[in-house]
Design a protein. Structure first.
Lengths: 449, 273
């Protein structure tokens, strides 16, 4: 395994030093002027109408989520946010988990004609514009236990510096610690065939999870056009799952895979043009450094037969470099048929240069040549009733999925969420074929305080 | 003595010139102002009187009532920044209902072209540029539309003065205003009652695209801030078609706070609590 020394040592020293000084300065004068406690408690049910491909798969799970948020603000405007998260799941002890979603100090002030901002601590960051996948978004690990749609994220320790001026917004991220992805346990569904080893996590970097990752982003608005350019250099958020006997292979079921995180570099570009009721969107990435077993099956099989260990097997994987993109748009019809309701229509095309050798990133499916068609019906009533539908179809294979969601508030503080995730058809050659029986229904009853 | 003399000479020489200039500046034939000119003059003057407020923050409470009398509450915080030679910038933060707590809407209004709008979704920490063409849509299920809540730019309407009539203890001018861009507005026209002393708006009647009387807004409880700027505490919007109403109560007005332009940027939007 290649071991790389920590790169950008100078940049990191400067960032950490500056952040530490600012934080100490602010701490000395912190005097609470405003505070706020809010959050949600949610009771949830998830049901799988089909039995799983593994006998230990459960068809039904109940649970709850607690997510309080504490906000403290200083006289000078700097603030501290604390947002822990806890989930209980009846079927899967691994899905019963907690996380520190946010715990950061925020400071800002004037810098010449512009301003500076520092966020120090655990935070979540969102980049991008499209809906069917978030291609350029990379700062946080996703919380795969929560939902396979990849929208929920784990908190990421960081130093986040922002410099804003007339010329745009420039951001730097120092990411000192890697959060490995969490995969469902034995009783959980949506884990497909195998399990992922929770004890053993392999990294390309000798610094392992302490590798200092670095990211930067420049964004700017030109009238109706918003654009962003980004770069990420560090530990991949996606694990390469490596099958090493005896835990994996042979007659032991379920297989236990070892997750391996490579060092990657990703350049991203995103843009949105907002013209009247049209939103035209674009995202693209160039990524290098990931490992891919597709197309190397024979070499991997040979290594397994020779009884080679983890590194011997991983050595057969291809180191890849590729381009992926999403392009699409959204059009909204406001106040349809003289009602207060709006109807939004969305269409996006997902492309991946690797084609059939593409691997899933944040969602459990590959998006190599896939069309997304969505609709959003917002009633704009007192209860904010909303229905959304998302249809995803692979243009070159027989894989189609449909997700329908319903949301509604009642009695001011309560809300109801229902969703159906249906697998309409699935191609046996697809990576997600193992998840062919994992269509599910979900209901939430939420109390917001 | 000599200086005073020189000053007098200068004034004596200048005076006829000034008279001549002011005479030249007048239209060649004086005519009584048309209703359109009077209407525009009132709107321009009302706007001019609000110039120079700099910025303000306030809290809003909305009580939405349906025909059966069922109530629903909205709680918001508003920050407004005056922009020289363009529309104002504003930031609206939602406190209630609690499921959208922390959601925020940033608007850069423009005098002629479409406004720029960004929505911040705290659960995803996502800033979304949204279309501002939804001006006639309901704001949070209330009887107020986005259009009703934004400061009307003088340039976005044409005007017609109708009459003077008593309104309470005051005398009001009654003017109509028509949107310049018909697509941008949900109304064909609005009728506006403004008192003659301070040009404060007391009532607006909204007529839909078929010219049916859709809604009526009544405004009350004006307070003057910084000895100049009038702000109302209570606005009641009644929808005559549905029988629903919304009472919007303003409180905690603070003028000329430490708000800066940078607080109305996308970075500032992500900072709201």
């Amino acid at each position: 395994m290649r071991r790389r020394a920590v790169r950008h040592p100078l940049a990191f020293t400067v960032i950490w030093l500056a952040a530490a000084i600012v934080a100490i300065e602010a701490h000395a004068e912190f005097e609470i002027e405003a505070w706020d406690l809010s959050g949600r408690v949610s009771l949830e049910v998830r049901a799988f109408p089909q039995t799983g491909i593994d006998a230990s798969h459960r068809s039904y799970t109940t649970g709850f989520v607690v997510e309080p948020k504490l906000y403290l603000e200083d006289v000078g405007g700097s603030s501290f946010t604390l947002l822990p998260f806890f989930r209980y799941d009846s079927a899967d002890s691994v899905r019963t988990h907690w996380d520190l979603r946010e715990a950061y100090a925020l400071l800002y002030g004037e810098l010449g004609e512009g301003e500076w901002e520092v966020r120090l601590g655990v935070d979540r960051v969102f980049w991008g514009v499209t809906e069917s996948q978030h291609l350029v978004d990379i700062i946080n690990q996703i919380d795969f236990l929560e939902h396979p749609n990849g929208e929920v994220k784990l908190g990421q320790p960081m130093v986040h510096l922002t410099w804003t001026g007339d010329w745009g917004v420039l951001e730097f991220f120092g990411l000192p610690y890697h959060r490995p992805r969490l995969y469902p346990g034995r009783g959980g569904r949506l884990r497909f065939a195998g399990l992922v080893d929770r004890e053993r996590v392999e990294y390309e970097s000798g610094a392992e999870e302490w590798h200092q990752d670095f990211a930067a982003r420049y964004s700017r608005s030109f009238g109706p056009l918003d654009v962003g350019m980004s770069v990420f250099d560090g530990t991949s958020r996606e694990a390469t799952l490596v099958c090493v006997p005896p835990a994996c292979g042979g007659s032991v079921f379920p297989y236990v895979f070892i997750p391996y995180y490579s060092q990657i570099r990703q350049f991203g570009l995103d843009g949105q043009l907002t013209l009247d009721s049209w939103l035209l969107k674009f995202e693209a990435i160039h990524r290098s450094g990931d490992r891919n077993p597709i197309g190397r099956e024979e070499e991997i099989r040979a290594a397994l037969v020779q009884g080679r260990g983890f590194e011997g097997i991983l050595g057969q994987y291809r180191e890849e470099e590729y381009v992926a993109a999403v392009v699409g748009g959204e059009y909204t019809f406001y106040s349809v048929f003289d009602s207060t309701a709006d109807v939004g229509l969305l269409a996006e095309w997902n492309y991946d240069e690797r084609g059939r050798q593409a691997l899933p990133r944040r969602q459990p499916m590959t998006l190599d040549n896939d069309f997304f068609i969505g609709a959003r019906l917002a009633f704009n009533d007192v209860d904010s009733t909303e229905i959304t539908a998302a249809f995803l179809t692979d243009a070159s294979r027989e894989t189609r999925t449909l997700a329908v969601e319903f949301d509604r508030r009642f009695f001011n503080q309560w809300s109801l969420h229902a969703e159906a995730n249906l697998i309409l058809s699935i191609d046996p050659l697809d990576v997600q074929y193992v998840g062919r029986r994992d269509g599910f229904y979900e209901f939430h009853l939420e109390y917001n305080f | 003595m000599r200086t005073i003399h020189a000053y007098l000479v200068r004034v004596l020489l200048l005076a006829p010139c000034l008279v001549l200039l002011s005479w030249l500046g007048m239209p060649p034939i004086a005519h009584p102002a048309t209703p359109e000119e009077t209407g525009l003059k009132i709107a321009t003057e009302a706007r001019a009187r609000d110039d120079g407020f700099g910025n303000f923050t306030a809290s809003q409470t909305m009580v939405l009532r349906n025909k059966q009398g069922q109530e629903s509450r909205r709680q918001l915080r508003v920050k407004v920044l005056e922009v020289a030679d363009d529309g104002d910038k504003s930031l609206t933060v939602f406190d209630e209902p609690r499921d959208v707590q922390g959601t925020a809407l940033l608007t850069h209004a423009h005098k002629r072209e479409a406004d720029d709008q960004w929505l911040y979704l705290p659960a995803l920490k996502r800033v979304k540029r949204i279309s501002s063409s939804n001006r006639s849509g309901s704001f949070m299920g209330s009887e107020f539309s986005y259009e009703d809540l934004s400061a009307p730019e003088v340039e976005k309407f044409t005007y017609r003065y109708l009459r003077d009539e008593p309104c309470g203890d005051l005398t009001c001018t009654v003017c109509e205003r028509f949107p310049v861009d018909k697509k941008e507005s949900g109304y064909s026209r609005q009728v506006v009652w403004q008192d003659k002393d301070e040009l404060r708006i007391w009532k607006i009647e909204y007529y839909d695209r078929k010219d049916a009387h859709l809604k009526t807004l009544t405004i009350g409880n004006y307070t003057q801030y910084l000895d100049r700027y009038w702000r109302a505490d209570e606005m009641t919007m009644v929808n005559h078609l549905t029988g629903k109403s919304t009472v919007l109560t303003w409180s905690d007005y603070q003028f000329r706070t430490k708000l800066r332009d940078r607080d109305f940027s996308k970075t500032g939007l992500k900072r709201v609590r």
